[in-house]
Design a protein around this ligand. Structure first.
Ligand SMILES: Nc1ncnc2c1ncn2[C@@H]1O[C@H](COP(=O)(O)OP(=O)(O)OP(=O)(O)O)[C@@H](O)[C@H]1O
Length: 247
């Protein structure tokens, strides 16, 4: 078996008395689009905080491509946080150039990487516009383009589509799926939006800090004899008292 892009074993995290993550174990393989599905407060952002070392690891282990979470291993990581982090007063291109420079990209290589990501995100026409003028969907496109400039092998996205309309969400979900499928990028896509999950997506269900289930969405739904993933999700998270067979 190849080394997982991401390996999480027995990860727990406390904020004082509150246990936000409780023994979470999870792998993401190269080229896999893995959905981390969880309602608000499930612990998704805490997990992302630990994966990006914004939070110090209290217990458990995290490995990126078989290496501990050190600076060299993290060079292969791309991240889109839940809260947007673009500079609204810089142009699209300036935002990308600044970040590329932080990653040590220079000169023609930097220009080529920026051009390529703008092209893929259909943002070429907007490159000289200030980000403040872009709608939410386009801002998120810029953030994803930025996260890919240094060619990471693992992309983490925390609720990247929150607040966007359906076409914008579809565009982003499809784009990131394509990156996994065609370029072998490993993806961990955190969301609480069931309609973003496809039947053939591999999901991990996080609820109140615990990983409740893991598997292919369509198979989990069928095994539980639910009519839909939404029904399965409600049942797993205790929102639905009755069995899925009798909606
Ligand atoms: N800094 C903090 N101090 C105390 N408790 C916190 C802190 N951050 C998060 N929590 C708590 O930890 C739990 C997990 O929160 P977290 O933000 O990781 O969940 P989430 O799945 O990302 O939810 P959301 O989608 O609402 O951001 C929640 O009960 C939350 O209230």
């Amino acid at each position: 078996m190849s080394t997982p892009a991401l390996h999480i074993a027995g990860l727990s995290h406390r904020y004082g008395a509150r246990l936000a993550l409780d023994g979470v174990s999870l792998n993401v393989a190269p080229g896999e689009f893995r959905v981390l599905l969880g309602p608000n407060g499930a612990g998704k952002s805490t997990l992302y905080g630990l994966l990006t070392r914004l939070l110090a690891c209290q217990s458990g282990a995290i490995e990126l491509f078989g290496q501990t979470l050190s600076a060299p291993a993290m060079a292969g990581l791309g991240v889109v946080f839940q809260q947007p982090t673009l500079d609204l007063d810089l142009t699209v291109e300036q935002n990308l150039a600044y970040f590329a420079a932080l990653h040590g990209l220079r000169g023609s290589e930097r220009r080529a990487r920026i051009d390529a990501e703008l092209q893929r995100m259909a943002l070429v026409e907007r490159r000289h516009e200030r980000v403040r003028l872009l709608n939410g969907g386009h801002r998120r496109r810029v953030e994803i383009a930025r996260a890919l400039l240094h060619r990471p092998r693992l992309l983490l996205l925390d609720e990247a589509t929150v607040g966007l309309d359906m076409p914008a969400r579809r565009f982003l979900v499809e784009h990131v799926h394509r990156l996994a499928r065609e370029e072998g990028l490993a993806v961990l896509w955190a969301t609480h939006l069931i309609d973003e999950v496809r039947a053939d997506d591999h999901i991990a269900l996080l609820h109140q800090g615990r990983l409740l289930a893991s598997g292919v969405a369509g198979e989990l739904t069928a095994q539980a004899e639910c009519d839909s993933l939404a029904q399965w999700f409600d049942r797993q998270t205790g929102k639905e008292d009755s069995a899925c067979l009798w909606p």
